[in-house]
Design a protein around this ligand. Structure first.
Ligand code: ATP
Length: 330
């Protein structure tokens, strides 16, 4: 938990019920000023509900919420000016230029940032005169971030900023979001992608079925679920009968070859013998010794550590390996 008064977001025992559906069931969350936090979870986990309660767009069933020291349920116009919201897939398709749209938007604020400065900040300086319908997907996202920043907010909510983007547009969006850090803005980023969360955020908060199941850095989350490393090789180079007894017992039969996650970030598990282990050094030494005794080389040997996606799937109970739900102490 983060101590001290300088908290941008403070949530205690937040609950939200929609009729019979318990969407959020006792969320506790603290975000320090200037922190970039990724809020991650599968479909229906309760991300949008939680974030929209923080933004003052939905009511809560119970719990305490303070955003920039104010209860969003009693938010004033002055409070709203301190917050920027970038909605998922927001597009501007009109005849106005990027600069004109940002200028119009800036009129809503009492002390907006200069338009040229904002466009430069999000990397749209060269596209200031481009009509918005001609902007690429990545540039549209930058424009959405520009609109959120023009009011000079202290806190920005970004909702799935790269969903549907190709890899190049995704990198562009990452650069823009990374730039917010230098402004000292607090960022709460909602995403489905563990690699995005790891790349952009100081901390990753994972929500599953309405509860926080983990809170920490990507490395802390990975350590918490302690996923094994997979070691594989070509059976033609070292067969079952040539393995020492101890390694034969470790051979992962069946389950491992089908366990590659569908994520774009996962490396497929090769067909062939696989050993899943935490003792990488010990297993590799034994395999090389066995290959030596058999008079063969083990050029096919592959060591695949768990991916971020594996960690995420384990944390949310969607992968093959389950995790407990006690969370990770930050
Ligand atoms: P996604 O990644 O799909 O956007 P999410 O993590 O944002 O999902 P929520 O949209 O917060 O999840 O939904 C949490 C649960 O609450 C789901 O079971 C959803 O069906 C339900 N829910 C959300 N909004 C409403 C609503 N207005 N009325 C009834 N049920 C709702």
């Amino acid at each position: 938990m983060i101590a001290g008064a300088d908290l941008a977001i403070e949530v205690t025992q937040l609950h939200k019920r929609y009729g019979e559906v318990e969407a959020v069931t006792g969320v506790d969350l603290s975000v320090a000023s200037g922190e970039v936090v990724a809020f991650l979870g599968p479909n229906g986990a309760g991300k949008t509900t939680t974030v929209e309660i923080l933004e003052g767009l939905r009511t809560r069933t119970s719990g305490d919420v303070r955003v920039l020291g104010v209860d969003p349920a009693a938010a004033t116009a002055a409070w709203k000016e301190r917050i920027g919201v970038v909605l998922q897939g927001a597009r501007h398709e009109g005849d106005f230029t990027a600069a004109e749209i940002v200028t119009m938007w800036s009129a809503y604020y009492r002390s907006p940032r200069p338009v040229a400065e904002v466009l430069e900040l999000v990397g749209l300086g060269d596209a200031a005169g481009t009509r918005t319908r001609r902007l690429s997907g990545g540039q549209q996202q930058r424009l959405a971030v520009a609109l959120a920043l023009v009011g000079d907010p202290e806190l920005v909510f970004l909702d799935e900023p790269t969903t549907g983007f190709d890899p190049a547009a995704r990198r562009e969006a990452w650069e823009t979001i990374g730039g917010l850090r230098s402004l000292g803005v607090t960022v709460m980023l909602t995403t489905h992608y563990m690699d995005e969360a790891d790349h952009l955020a100081d901390r990753i908060v994972v929500i599953s079925r309405g509860q926080i199941v983990a809170d920490g850095t990507a490395a802390e989350l990975a350590r918490h679920v302690a996923m094994p490393t997979r070691i594989s090789w070509d059976a033609a180079q070292l067969g079952h009968d040539e393995l020492p007894e101890g390694l034969r017992e470790l051979l992962d039969t069946g389950a491992s070859s089908g366990s590659a996650s569908p994520s774009e970030t996962s490396v497929p598990v090769p067909a062939g013998p696989v050993i899943a282990t935490q003792d990488v050094d010990g297993v590799v030494r034994q395999l090389l010794a066995a290959a030596d005794s058999a008079g063969t080389r083990l050029d096919s040997l592959a060591v695949r550590p768990p991916t971020l996606e594996d960690t995420y799937l384990a944390l949310t109970g969607e992968g093959s390996a389950g995790a407990d739900s006690t969370g990770v102490a930050p």
